[in-house]
Write a protein that binds this ligand. Structure first.
Ligand SMILES: [Fe+2]
Length: 137
């Protein structure tokens, strides 16, 4: 499934939107690779990318939450922790079993679930909170 970044997903913070767009690109690359039978090659690079990405991206969002006193910070943080945990399960499976079809499907499902459940709802809620505060600066 291809996903498209649209302006309704914007949190109006350039840095965060840029990171989300990068993630979308990677999810779509995996989708293309799966269709072309090249997913085994793609998955290794994707997991390596995500390893660094989750740390940097979640830290960026959480810094904004702290800086602007976001009341839902504890809740949002638990969602990030959930993703990190799920991601580490997939990564360990990849390390142990190699790029099997199961690992590829697990990765794809995790990212699609994340996109529809987190970016679309939890992150846009953060954007709605930050918007008036950032507009005042
Ligand atoms: Fe988030």
């Amino acid at each position: 499934m291809k996903i498209k970044w649209t302006s309704d997903l914007s949190v109006d913070v350039k840095e965060i939107d840029g990171q989300h767009k990068e993630l979308f690109k990677r999810i779509n690359n995996l989708d293309t690779a799966m269709k072309k039978g090249r997913a085994k090659e793609e998955i290794l690079g994707l997991i390596e990318f995500l390893d660094e990405y989750v740390v940097i991206h979640f830290r960026t969002e959480e810094l904004y939450m702290i800086r602007y006193d976001y009341p839902r910070y504890p809740f949002h943080k638990t969602k990030h922790a959930w993703f990190k945990k799920e991601f580490s399960v997939v990564r360990k499976k990849l390390e142990k079993e190699g790029p099997t079809p199961e690992v590829i499907i697990l990765s794809n499902n995790l990212l699609i679930t994340w996109f529809s459940g987190h970016i679309r709802t939890t992150d846009t809620a953060l954007g709605a909170y930050l918007r008036p505060k950032l507009a005042r600066i």
